[in-house]
Design a protein around this ligand. Structure first.
Ligand code: GUN
Ligand code: FE
Length: 450
């Protein structure tokens, strides 16, 4: 066995031993054949009765978040839908970040709040502003978060006060990539090519930045098929393309490093194209509900053969920067689909939602060999959960967890409690916890939150 205490600094996970009582690795089985992998928790401490006090869980992965929109969390108007929300709330908010001292404050806040909620890796959109985007990269380094950071590219159909020319967009992207790769030189931070969405980009811009992504093997992120007005607009703007997805394909942006946010209203042909190109999907359920964009059929996507699906908070169309909140929303949205379609197969289980929040995200980022679960050789990206947080609503103290001690279940006076097992503990955590229960966070073995 090995030391239970987690030192401040160690790059690779080595502490997992299956038969070791403390720490004890527990593998959670999915109750679905669609997702084959398991997720694990590692029990860190128990009380005298062998009830779980604290456990380690893989750090959450946010595959789609607009750092620049953080000031707008919770403000989106009662009747906003995507396109009017962008004009009324989002573009003015993003434009304001060209004032660098303000950008510094906003970015510092969003990185510390996501870390506090257990997000160890995030895929960010910033704004079109190069200098502010550099500040975001520095902020992630300072806090120790693993991040893909995208300076937003947009040269079309955008307000006068928030638009670039194609040339400006490409040159500031090139400079941003160069800054991260050659000046910042921090292996945890990668640049990501970020055409906002098809309506904000000319064909020329998409082709140019697609080529840059290809030459430098960079990831690409954008939005896809979020809202019907948006889809119709894309049809008008790109009549030469067979579908919204085909726009990205035709102009060189669709490949195995592409992250497509939303992707709610896809046709069978679009699904096939995404499968063929092995692109990933960032499911953003809070945002999709808040802007009444739609209910993304995640279980159906798995059935259709799309394997790379993760979760995105989509701050600030999503009101919360917590991936745990997004995971709960994914659970709820899948149940609404099940009700509407009268099909129980649409439902995501708690463990499946936690998979999306961790390994699913790692696959979307093509980082499943590095992060997303506890495996020897992977980086130690981890959150320590304490179920006892005095101010939280979790009250798990009196529970018997028969599988934990490795010995026979203790007989308790309250017979019904004997039925609880590790999945119930996880479920209790999933539905009742918040950042108060995240007591420590590590990224790449470094303790980044105490
Ligand atoms: N589509 C284009 N831009 C955005 C954005 O900022 N948020 C969301 N949710 N969708 C978009
Ligand atoms: Fe978004």
């Amino acid at each position: 066995c090995m030391d239970v205490s987690i030192p401040d600094k160690f790059g690779k996970i080595q502490f997992i031993v299956e038969d070791c009582k403390d720490p004890l690795k527990i593998t959670l089985q999915y109750d679905s054949s669609l997702i084959e992998e398991n997720i694990q928790i590692v029990v860190h401490s128990t009380n005298y009765d062998n009830h779980i006090n604290t456990f380690f869980f893989p750090g959450f992965i946010d595959t789609h978040i607009h750092a620049s929109q953080y000031p707008n969390c919770g403000i989106l108007g009662n009747d906003s839908t995507l396109l009017d929300w962008l004009n009324k709330y989002t573009f003015p908010t993003e434009a304001a970040l060209s004032h660098l001292p303000y950008a510094e404050k906003v970015y510092d806040k969003v990185v510390s709040r996501t870390l506090a909620n257990g997000t160890t890796t995030a895929t960010y959109f910033t704004t079109i502003d190069l200098e502010a985007s550099k500040i975001m990269a520095k902020t992630c380094v300072m806090h120790g978060q693993r991040a893909l950071i995208g300076k937003v590219c947009m040269d079309s159909n955008s307000p006068d006060y928030y638009i670039e020319t194609c040339k400006e967009s490409v040159s500031s992207l090139v400079e941003f990539v160069d800054y991260i790769e050659n000046e910042l030189c921090e292996p945890l931070i990668q640049p990501i090519v970020t055409p906002r969405f098809a309506p904000s980009c000319s064909r020329n811009l998409m082709e140019k930045i697609g080529n840059l992504a290809k030459d430098k093997s960079l990831h690409i992120q954008t939005h896809l098929s979020e809202n019907f007005n948006e889809i119709n607009w894309v049809k008008e703007l790109f009549p030469e393309c067979e579908s919204y997805t085909d726009v990205y394909n035709k102009y060189g942006l669709l490949n195995h490093r592409t992250i497509l946010a939303h992707s709610i209203h896809l046709t069978a042909e679009e699904i096939d194209l995404i499968k063929l190109k092995q692109s990933g999907i960032a499911h953003c359920p809070i945002s999709n509900t808040s802007l009444t964009s739609g209910e993304c059929p995640i279980k159906q996507m798995y059935t259709d053969g799309i394997e790379k699906i993760g979760l995105g908070t989509d701050v600030s169309a999503g009101y919360s920067c917590s991936i745990l909140e997004s995971a709960k929303a994914a659970f709820s949205v899948s149940r609404h689909l099940a009700i509407k379609k009268e099909n129980q197969d649409a439902k995501l289980s708690v463990n499946e939602c936690l998979y999306l929040a961790t390994m699913g995200g790692a696959k979307v980022l093509d980082m499943e060999k590095q992060i997303g679960s506890f495996e020897i050789g992977k980086s130690f990206d981890c959150q320590e959960i304490d179920l006892r947080s005095p101010t939280s609503t979790i009250d798990i103290f009196e529970w018997q967890v028969p599988t934990l001690s490795g010995t026979k279940p203790k007989i308790t006076q309250l017979n019904k409690l004997e039925a609880f097992d590790i999945n119930d503990v996880i479920s209790k955590w999933f539905f009742n916890a918040d950042d108060r229960n995240v007591v420590k966070v590590w990224v790449n073995g470094h303790n980044v939150k105490n």
